[in-house]
Design a protein. Structure first.
Length: 872
């Protein structure tokens, strides 16, 4: 299935990854001081580039997704098989009827993994022909955290206090070895942190874990042996003993297997079906009496390992089902992914009582796993197109609209403008069409109310009340890529006549004459319905195809799907992600580069300021600039967590916070006695005392939080700002803070206001308030009030200096009929002030460790990033 377009994107992503790693080397050796967040950001960039490369190496994939019991099974069974033939899998040399021999029996939702139907399976040995993908260590932790945070009532005692976290980290450090081991590194922990903050930032437990905590956690946990990690991660699920034991068991299996991404298994893994590792009933025995073992073999080689079937079922993310026959032409370059149905999340008040009941651990794990699998495949750009199945029942999975909207934003575009000019890759499939012919007492068929109710319940209310895409997919145009689907194997005697089929059953012969008028009446009401006309590109064809005998609309849907199953579409999606990534990387690196002479740098800064200014002006027009600036500020809680990090440092924990004399003071007073002080390499740039140490840590945490905003999908959507703009604003603010010596200002204020000898714990509130006030004032007015008005940037026809203090007016101003745009002046001042700050940053190297060799290396990196976008 190799495709030259996707191969080109794989090469592009590989080069971006190389440049990200090179940038990381530069950041760790030649970047400005007090910028600890930069290496973390660059590691994230490298992870994203590797993710793009992996996505480019996989074929186009169409996902069948929806709530549990939404009617997905028929769609999958028909799309993955030639018309009129059973879905046949080719496992090794055996031809198996998938529905009868592999798929778990029963009408309920039966699997908790993704099933990949393909005509190009990965290689597998004859005695282990089934290819499986597994969860990683951090995947396991994410699922358990998702389970706890979504389904269980949070015990407030489970929210750790800062001092408890420091003690906890100290214990982990004692148990840690000298180097990372057992398949985990800092990347894995930082990826876990990103996941929790992206999906659960509003949860008290997650909010309590500061940047300082995560930094130490990422340094320590990879050095723990795998068998000790469950107790470290247990913090993320309130230290519940059952979930912690499950984590230990699952990590133990992964260690025995060698922490593989892919494994192989024999046919006995799925037969007999009653103990199959794809059946959720096997998962429900997790933590209880074992249903037996299954031999799994690392795909990279090695001996088979006997694994408890329940644990194997929990760890499998995907089973590959090779198709015996190609069902549609687009399968030449496309796989079909059948996702487990999204589930209603629970509200469990007592975890201990819940887990005391048989099967509940597996059920809880299943809900978290199903939710996480979609998040993971979405983040990895695995899904090029989606068949979203929505049934006629009341929609109860309240998390489903956000899951779909997140996928749309990543693949099609977050806004109507971004989606314009692209083929729709979302197919909205209204299933169980035959249910719309059920008679309801007192119904006026001609009114069309039935169709209004279905469209509202399935689309416009359930998805459209929270998100814009149903009503505006592209500028001024609603979503119209909607289809009906009916399962012909379900008897429809009220409408169809039947005839015998060759296998002794029956098949649809056509609409029965006795039902023709009733069908026509409903069709007329349907075609006259405003919501139907709004959201179907061709309402009549959708109706007629759904009533096509022995088809039910599958042929119409497959024909519409074929043009979207195009490697070119996936290549465009991946390139768009690559462009966003490169722009974000360039935005965060460019402020550190000193290219050309000062005037060239200033001109470049002015050009970039105009671009940023246009985006910020749109944000201001939406009355969101103020909230955006607030998101760039700090609060007492975040500064307080830094304070506790300071206290945990043994070198500073007992330092008095009163009127402290520095080393320079003692050298001046006792110079005759002590002589010249010894040279201390690098001491000039480090903190001299606890005040500067606190200021350094606080500014480092502030910069980390600002940069994290550029990766907060919810915030970017709310402010309608591109990722690269937020990254560049954060970078310029951080550089401006260094240039204007904000650290020294904070430390000086702390010294000035410290009027008596006291240990650190006696001064917390006062110190925190000073840091919070100073940092937020800098964000608020960018340091311009410290500059005399004549030297500030000017604005407007009267060339008024920005941020002028208001002159008190003893007489109240007249009250106009229309309210004044009171925020307009401030917004204009701030945007102009940012441009001035950027120009100041470009004019000087003050506050930047400027190294000629390192700067040249950075210039080459920036040129390399630009070159990746020049490639076709």
């Amino acid at each position: 299935m190799s495709n030259p377009l996707l191969a080109r994107e794989a090469e592009r992503a590989t080069e971006i990854d190389r440049l990200a790693v090179d940038s990381l080397g530069w950041a760790q050796n030649g970047a400005p001081q007090a910028n600890e967040s930069l290496p973390r950001d660059l590691r994230r960039d490298a992870r994203r580039a590797r993710g793009l490369r992996q996505a480019a190496l996989r074929p186009v994939a169409v996902a069948v997704f929806g709530a549990s019991q939404a009617g997905k099974s028929y769609l999958v069974s028909r799309l993955a098989a030639p018309l009129g033939k059973p879905l046949t899998a080719l496992i090794g040399t055996q031809r198996l009827d998938f529905l009868k021999d592999i798929n778990p029996p029963g009408g309920n939702e039966s699997t908790g993994l993704v099933t990949r139907f393909t005509i190009a399976p990965p290689p597998a040995p004859a005695d282990a022909p089934i290819a499986l993908r597994l969860l990683t260590q951090t995947d396991v932790v994410k699922i358990l955290a998702n389970t706890y945070l979504e389904d269980f009532a949070l015990d407030e005692e489970a929210v750790p206090k800062p001092e408890a976290l420091q003690e906890f980290l100290g214990k982990l450090e004692t148990a840690a070895g000298p180097a990372p081991c057992d398949g985990l590194d800092i990347d894995g922990i930082e990826d876990l942190q990103d996941y929790l903050r992206n999906h659960f930032r509003d949860r008290t437990l997650v909010a309590a874990l500061s940047n300082g905590f995560w930094q130490r956690f990422a340094e320590v946990v990879p050095r723990l042996p795998a068998e000790r990690r469950a107790e470290a991660f247990a913090l993320l699920w309130g230290r519940d003993r059952t979930l912690t034991r499950a984590c230990a068991d699952l990590l133990g299996v992964l260690k025995r297997l060698g922490f593989p991404e892919d494994v192989r298994a024999g046919i006995d893994a799925v037969q007999p079906r009653e103990t199959s590792i794809v059946d959720v009933r096997t998962l429900f025995t997790m933590g209880e009496a074992s249903p037996g073992t299954v031999a799994l073999r690392n795909a990279a080689g090695g001996a088979p390992v006997a694994v408890d079937r329940a644990l194997a079922t929990a760890l499998i993310t995907e089973i590959v089902v090779p198709l015996a026959e190609k069902p549609w032409a687009f399968f030449d370059h496309t796989d079909l992914l059948d996702f487990p149905g999204a589930r209603v999340r629970e509200e469990i008040p007592n975890a201990e009582a819940f887990f005391a009941k048989s099967g509940n651990l597996g059920r809880a794990f299943l809900r978290g796993k199903v939710a996480y699998l979609f998040q993971r495949y979405n983040a990895e750009q695995e899904i090029s197109a989606m068949l979203l199945c929505v049934g006629p029942q009341v929609q109860e999975v309240q998390t489903l609209p956000k899951m779909v909207d997140d996928w749309i934003g990543l693949t099609a575009g977050k806004t109507p403008a971004e989606r314009a000019g692209k083929p729709s890759n979302l197919f909205f499939v209204l299933t169980k069409f035959d249910a719309e012919f059920e008679e309801k007492g007192g119904e006026d068929i001609a009114s069309g109310h039935r169709w209004t109710a279905r469209m509202q319940a399935s689309m416009t209310d359930f998805f459209g009340k929270a998100y814009e895409w149903p009503n505006e997919w592209t500028p001024g145009q609603p979503f119209t890529n909607t289809f009906w689907l009916r399962n012909p194997s379900v008897g429809f005697d009220a409408v169809f006549d039947y005839e015998p089929d060759p296998e002794g059953g029956r098949r649809e012969a056509g609409v029965a004459p006795r039902a023709a008028q009733r069908v026509q009446d409903r069709r007329d009401a349907y075609l006259g319905n405003p919501l139907v006309r709004k959201h179907f590109a061709d309402p009549a064809k959708a109706w007629d195809e759904a009533l096509r005998p022995n088809d039910g609309g599958i042929g119409h849907l497959a024909a519409a799907l074929a043009p979207v199953c195009d490697p070119q579409l996936k290549a465009r999606q991946l390139k768009a992600r690559a462009v966003t990534l490169v722009n974000s990387m360039s935005g965060r690196l460019r402020p550190f580069f000193r290219g050309g002479d000062a005037e060239q740098r200033v001109e470049d800064a002015r050009r970039r300021a105009r671009i940023l200014g246009r985006g910020l002006a749109q944000c201001a027009q939406a009355q969101l600039l103020g909230p955006f600036l607030r998101s760039l500020m700090v609060d007492a809680d975040s500064v307080g967590s830094v304070y506790w990090r300071l206290r945990s440092d043994a070198a500073t924990g007992v330092t008095p916070i009163g009127a402290v004399a520095t080393a320079d003071d003692y050298n001046e007073l006792l110079g005759d006695l002590l002589g010249d002080p010894p040279e201390a390499e690098g001491a000039a740039s480090g903190p001299r005392d606890v005040f500067e140490h606190f200021a350094s840590l606080a500014l480092e945490d502030w910069e980390t939080r600002m940069r994290a905003l550029g990766d907060d999908e919810a915030a970017l959507a709310y402010f309608a700002l591109p990722r690269e703009l937020v990254s560049e604003v954060a970078g310029e603010l951080a550089q401006g803070a260094r240039r204007l010596k904000l650290r020294d200002r904070i430390a000086g204020t702390l010294r000035t206001r410290a009027s008596f000898q006291a240990r650190a714990d006696a001064m917390e509130q006062k110190q925190v308030a000073i840091v919070e006030e100073t940092v937020n004032e800098f964000v608020h007015r960018l340091g311009w009030p410290d500059i005399e008005p004549a030297k500030r940037p000017r604005l407007g026809r009267d060339e008024r200096p920005i941020f002028l203090a208001r002159v008190p007016d003893p007489a109240p101003p007249p009250l106009p009929e229309q309210p004044s745009p009171y925020d307009r002046q401030f917004n204009a001042d701030w945007i102009t002030g940012l441009a001035g700050l950027m120009e100041g940053n470009a004019r000087t190297t003050d506050g930047v460790d400027y190294d000629i060799v390192a700067n040249a290396r950075l210039g080459q990196i920036l040129q390399g990033l630009a070159a990746t976008l020049d490639a076709a």
